[in-house]
Design a protein around this ligand. Structure first.
Ligand code: AMP
Length: 256
């Protein structure tokens, strides 16, 4: 089993890096932010509760986050392991995590704050299929148009200057201190996030000793059914995004 957490300031490319790692090593990418965005988009009860926090760039209250993470990890749909992206983000969440789950490593992507701001301001999301782009490092072929579905590219609702400042402040004040706690437990693998995505990924794999063939080949992944087709997308938001439209490295439309 390979169980990783990926951390880094907003704009450090942790989502992109997590997806690259997950794709090649058949890991399940679990993005807490994507799960919340799914709830907002689908106007669920939880979505209504978290929407305001997200729009303002504030952290969602811990109970809601822990419930979502626990629910998602309880599904246990991985064969090889997972990359958890966006959790933990403060001391209470780190404590909850360390008490309840075992992990192999915490990948910490390091990026100076000015670079993080510049990247977030250049981030775009397809309004139709959800694919993400970055006008610095992952540009669409045609400006403002999604390569995958032709949809219009928009700025993320929480990438406003105020929300960006709030999120980076939270990262500095609440998330960074827990890296020290995890460092004491010798779980941290720190990687420089300033180069392009491929260079960061290569360094990450080298540090995790993940070379070709380092994880044994497994049978092809089957679609996951948890409780009947009708409710699948409702109960598996993280999976619906992961297996289909939100994965920039798969660039397919699927069952979401
Ligand atoms: P992300 O896509 O990781 O940038 O997350 C988007 C937003 O979801 C954050 O700005 C928070 O509002 C919320 N969120 C995601 N993960 C967490 C977490 N672990 N704790 C609190 N809020 C979170």
């Amino acid at each position: 089993m390979r169980k990783y957490i990926i951390m880094g300031p907003q704009g450090s490319g942790k989502g992109t890096q997590a997806k690259m790692l997950a794709k090649d090593f058949d890991l399940v990418h679990i993005s807490v932010g994507d799960i919340f965005r799914w709830h907002v988009q689908n106007r669920t009860k939880l979505g209504t509760k978290v929407q305001r926090y997200m729009k303002e760039g504030r952290l969602v209250p811990d109970e809601m986050v822990s419930d979502v993470v626990k629910w998602r990890l309880d599904i246990h749909d991985w064969r090889v392991g997972f990359v958890l992206d966006g959790f933990p983000r403060n001391a209470a969440q780190a404590e909850f995590f360390l008490e309840n789950f075992d992990i192999d490593a915490v990948i910490a992507i390091e990026l100076p704050e000015e670079a993080a701001v510049a990247r977030m301001q250049s981030r775009r999301l397809c309004s139709s299929c959800g694919l993400d782009y970055n006008l610095i490092q992952l540009r669409p072929k045609v400006p403002d148009v999604c390569d995958n579905c032709g949809g219009r590219l928009v700025t993320r609702a929480d990438d406003t200057p105020e929300a960006i400042r709030a999120r980076l402040r939270d990262y500095r004040e609440k998330t960074q201190p827990i890296l020290d706690l995890l460092r004491e437990k010798e779980l941290i693998v720190a990687v420089d996030g300033t180069p392009g995505p491929d260079v960061v990924q290569a360094e990450m794999r080298r540090r995790l000793a993940l070379g070709p063939g380092s994880i044994e080949a497994l049978p092809a992944k089957q679609p996951v059914e948890v409780a009947g087709a009708g409710v699948r997308s409702l109960i598996l938001p993280g999976l619906a995004w992961q297996y289909s439209r939100h994965d920039p490295y798969r660039r397919t439309t699927g069952t979401a």
